[in-house]
Design a protein around this ligand. Structure first.
Ligand code: PCG
Ligand code: ZN
Length: 712
């Protein structure tokens, strides 16, 4: 029996915590092909245009919105895929449609013309135009029939975990009964996994730790997943399959152009799609043809790179993609192909992709202090960067992944030297050294000078690595959240380590409870100052750092000096990269001012003994706004309040600081100064985050010291 798809997900309104940002692809599974004007009002989605068997056609695929929610179309998310003319077999076309619509093999695809007549999906599809688009409907096999999705889930609050659990139970049962899993089951499971990942991508933009409670059953952020190796392997396999499916289509002109912009929004794309976009970078830079790279080897190499990024908050595959994308954007912006040779361009892009391979989520300072294997292996000299680079060359050792196979000995040597230099340059301990060398060559910069070019490549690598703040806020802010999460994870690790060390002399029975106490203290967010003297970098101290203080220091003392120096050589960077960073600085400065004002107001309220009632409420608010990662983590992206979604120019908060403090309903403001509507659940949960200690905000200088000196 076949019925129109009524997956529970599509019949839901967006979960409270989901707070999707405008432009984000709403992941309802009902897929329709609709006309552009319609889509502009209500949905975001994929556009497909095709040329099959010599016949041109164009279709739009859009994800239906969650009921009640209206999303702006992110222009760059519209993906035009042009079908290969050669692959004209009916099956290929259906498969391509299926892949784009993320439909399962048991789903039925129905294509309608504008008169709502059914049209055969065949190589002879009549040509259409943007104004006469086809409409594709995905009709699902009825899973309910098997009792798999019971009706009580349908229409209720989204519970992906429940679905997941049911799937696991079913998996076990089928395993016992048949020993073998039907393909349709795998597809369903992969869809649930996919959907979970997408939700989690949104969830981590919400209040860290709150998202779980706000949407019943929502799983933890993706980096918290304690997946078994088998699960990870299965996940990787699915990514590989989707990636390979996508390799059969061409990325549209529109997307290819968007990919060159600094405003590109990675949060709109999942891993297989990002792999396709990385592939596209090599194609569009002419690297495949000029360096005679086998495209299939490139696929295998990209996938292997993907597999070698860890599931950590910041230094993951998505970060690798972003750094590569920035490098790619810069390449076009400053017209590198007219200044560097093909091998050098290849080296830059490849270094960007490989620069954080197998990053464990703990920085060099930790590696060295904890005397990890990496620190021992590399004698405390840039242990991480050395490792990333070594892993990169290890991957290239495998023939099926060796994209340098056709290089001459000399070419390979040049590539290897360049890649080592570029990746090692990303160690922030080398920041000043590299910047100063670059400054010294700028007055007489010569593109024919090997040394000059080499230092330029290192600087471009650094710029790409730390340029999130040059992106629109909606893109940059979640990255800051991820970075802070990683910092705090590391802090926890350091605390455990310290406890470990200081208790080493004691018997296990005595030492262990102390470790528990220490962790308890950490989780209770109690006074970390007690741990004075421990090798804990202040920038990781949730008591001392706020999003704004951290970014003010980073932008003022790291980003701007670097970007402005590069801007001297490439004036094109001024508008595209440097100006947005200046705006970001103004934005964070305003945020910091608002926080300090709020703190002063709160202090004076407490002094006058007015700590009950309204004061209590506002106190809570200010703590949420100013306290550690659990609050700072979240702000910004989720409700879409951005400096400006469509323009790279960041705007200052529109809500004045006074309105923040006077309106508990409006507050907590997100870090944008825009109100965050937490709702009652949010406020209740926020209450449990309260701490007794007074919140300290670090000075700009302090943040700077930390950043500038961090891993050295
Ligand atoms: N505070 C802050 N630090 C950043 C930002 N982007 C990158 N970094 C830091 O810069 C470092 C560059 O090298 P890593 O990738 O090892 O780790 C990165 C972070 O520690 C940012 O936006 N804000
Ligand atoms: Zn990096």
């Amino acid at each position: 029996m076949v019925s129109a798809r009524t997956c529970p997900i599509s019949s839901l309104s967006a979960p409270a915590s989901a707070s999707y940002c405008p432009g984000r692809r709403p992941y309802g599974p009902n897929i329709v092909l609709i006309s552009a004007p319609e889509r502009n009002n209500t949905t975001a989605g994929l556009d497909w245009a095709g040329n099959v068997g010599g016949e041109k056609f164009r279709v739009d695929i859009a994800w239906e919105t969650f009921s009640g929610a209206v999303f702006k179309t992110a222009p760059h998310r519209v993906l035009n895929l042009v079908l290969d003319a050669v692959e004209s077999a009916i099956k290929e076309i259906s498969e391509t449609f299926r892949a784009a619509a993320e439909a399962g093999s048991s789903d039925i695809l129905k294509l309608y013309n504008t008169r709502k007549n059914l049209v055969n999906i065949s190589p002879h599809l009549p040509e259409n135009t943007p104004s006469t688009r086809y409409r594709l409907e995905v009709v699902a096999a009825d899973y309910n029939k098997n009792g798999f999705l019971s009706s009580n889930i349908v229409g209720q609050q989204l519970d992906v975990n429940a679905i997941d659990q049911r799937l696991s139970a079913l998996e076990k049962k089928v395993h016992i009964d048949n020993g073998e899993m039907p393909e349709s089951f795998h597809e369903l499971k992969s869809k649930v996994d996919n959907f979970k990942e997408k939700l989690e991508n949104v969830a981590h933009l919400s209040w860290l730790g709150l998202s779980k409670d706000l949407s019943i059953g929502m799983s933890q952020p993706f980096w918290h997943k304690k997946s078994s190796p088998r699960k990870i392997e299965t996940h990787h396999k699915r990514v590989y399959e989707r990636f390979m499916k996508f390799t059969k289509v061409h990325v549209s002109e529109e997307v290819r152009l968007e990919l060159r912009k600094q405003s590109f929004d990675n949060w709109q794309w999942d891993d297989p799609e990002m792999l396709i976009l990385l592939r596209q970078m090599y194609i569009d830079l002419g690297l495949i043809s000029k360096l005679n790279i086998d495209i299939n080897v490139l696929h295998e190499w990209l996938y292997e790179v993907y597999r070698n990024y860890n599931i950590v908050p910041f230094h993951n595959f998505k970060h690798c993609f972003m750094v590569a994308q920035m490098m790619y954007g810069l390449t076009w912006l400053i017209d590198l192909p007219s200044k560097l040779d093909t091998l050098e361009i290849f080296t830059l892009l490849t270094s960007a992709i490989c620069h954080d391979l197998d990053h464990p989520g703990y920085n060099n300072a930790y590696q060295i202090n904890a005397k990890t294997e990496l620190a021992l292996r590399y004698n405390d000299i840039s242990p991480l960067e050395n490792h990333h680079c070594a892993v990169a060359f290890d991957i290239l050792k495998k023939d099926k992944c060796n994209i340098t196979l056709d290089f001459s000995r000399d070419e390979f040597k040049r590539f290897r030297d360049g890649m080592i230099r570029c990746i090692l340059a990303t160690d922030m301990a080398k920041h000043n050294e590299i910047l100063n060398t670059f400054k010294s060559v700028i007055p007489h910069f010569d593109f024919t000078d090997k040394e000059h070019k080499s230092v330029l490549m290192m600087v471009l690598m650094k710029v790409s690595d730390i340029s999130n703040e040059a992106r629109p806020l909606s893109v940059a802010m979640p990255w800051l959240d991820c970075l802070l999460t990683e910092f705090f994870n590391q802090l926890m690790m350091v605390l455990i380590k310290v406890a470990d060390i200081s208790n080493e002399a004691r018997p296990m029975a005595v030492a262990e409870p102390w470790l528990d106490c220490l962790l308890q203290e950490f989780f209770n967010q109690s006074d970390l100052e007690k741990l004075e003297g421990l090798p804990v970098a202040p920038f990781m101290d949730r008591e001392k750092v706020s999003k704004s203080s951290s970014q003010i220091g980073f932008i003022k003392f790291v980003l701007l000096p670097l970007f402005e120096t590069v801007g001297k050589l490439f004036p094109q960077l001024e508008n595209a990269i440097i100006e947005p960073v200046r705006d970001a600085l103004a934005y964070y400065t305003e945020m910091q001012r608002a926080l300090e004002e709020e703190k002063a107001r709160k202090d004076s309220l407490q002094e006058t003994g007015d700590s009950a009632g309204q004061g209590e409420k506002n106190g809570l608010i200010s703590e949420i706004v100013t306290s550690g990662p659990n609050s700072n983590m979240s702000a910004g992206h989720s409700d879409g309040g951005a400096r400006d979604e469509n323009s790279p120019q960041h705007q200052l908060p529109s809500t004045s600081p006074s309105s923040i403090s006077s309106s508990p309903v409006m507050a907590p403001t997100d870090s944008l100064g825009k109100p965050r509507h937490l709702g009652s659940q949010g406020l209740m949960k926020a209450g449990s985050l309260r701490r007794s200690s007074t919140t300290q905000l670090s000075s700009t200088k302090q943040s700077h010291d930390v950043k500038a000196s961090s891993p050295s």
